[in-house]
Design a protein. Sequence first.
Length: 424
Amino acid sequence: MDLIETVQRLAAALAIGILVGVVRGWQEREHRDDGIRRAGVRTFGLAGLLGGLAGHLHALTGPVMPAVLLALFGGAVTFVRLREVEIVEDFSLAGVTAALAVFVLGAIAVSGDMEIAGAGAVAVAIVLAARRSAHAFLEKITWLELRAALVLLAMTLIALPLLPNRTIDPWDALNPFELWLLTVMIALISCTGYAAIRIAGPSRGIVFAGAAGGLASSTATTLSFARFAAKAPDNARRLAAGAIIAGALSAGRVAIIGGALAPQLIRPLGLAMAPVVVIFLVAAWLLIRRSQSGAKTPGLNLDNPLDLAGVLRFGALLGGVTLASRLLLDWLGAGTLYLVAAVSGLVDVDAITLSTARLAGGEVTAGTAAAAILLAVAVNMVTKAVLALAAGGRGYGMPLAVVTGLGVLGGAAGLALQQILPGS
């Protein structure tokens, strides 16, 4: 490289150290009165520049001199840190690690890719700046939440790559990779809803509680609100509004998942689900306006962010629905898909949505697939309305039943409109 490029790269190495030094120095402001001089802008800036010079030496002399410089620098930083620990009982290694990272990034900026080095410096600065937030997060997180995150990561990064990405049955229906991937997607949506509830809390109000519950499980939300309504009938109307919001989010989620998996479903499924979502949201707004002010906000009983047994049951259900759909289609024709959708809707709408989306454009038309998904959603909504009446009483269940009927009619009208529009 020529002189100008060398100077530019050394300047980038210096800038990397200064960036990290600014963050580190800002964090150590509270310790200025303890008599200890800590590494800040100058120290980290020089560390980055030293790393840059080591990177330049690599091009001139080979890897030996840069390695020696890194060892000497690491030893010096560690020695100073040990002496500091003897004076103030602070056993953190973040400063030592950051200094070594700055040295290496400075070397990369000169001898490698400056963009990678710059991105690494920003990442180091963000990690250092997030110290308090990270500590506060660790104090709040529970073992169940940590376990759920680890299980979800294991499902995604360990189990998923091991599964074959091809069908393994004689009917060409079951793809283990796709089934597990879709199972992970549903688990991730549930964890996202749980996290939203944990971060904002139920005190945010019935609207947020219903929306978050719709992302996690609209059926669980409906039953949770039903139990609360049975104990506090005066809140039944507001609770019904929350359950209706959960249903609206659930219907919207079905449309998004179906359209994402099968783009040809975007139009028919969108026209079918849009009236359902609009009717539900308008009804919820009217119920909230007419409800008594000052009613209590219910808590959602979602103490387990990831029910592993439930996730595995969903995977088994998804596989069963997929296989049953394919077999019935092969044996009896496309008309039996509606029977499968209706039966599946009694239990869950996600499984039939995912399995039907795979069939759209192939074994069945997009319109038939959208009609089957709408049928499953309608059966599921009716089931929830019946459960609401049984568990929460008339004050809670009747609004859900009426809105469910209107939503089913609206969805059917939207699907019929799709059939008569040009290009259908």
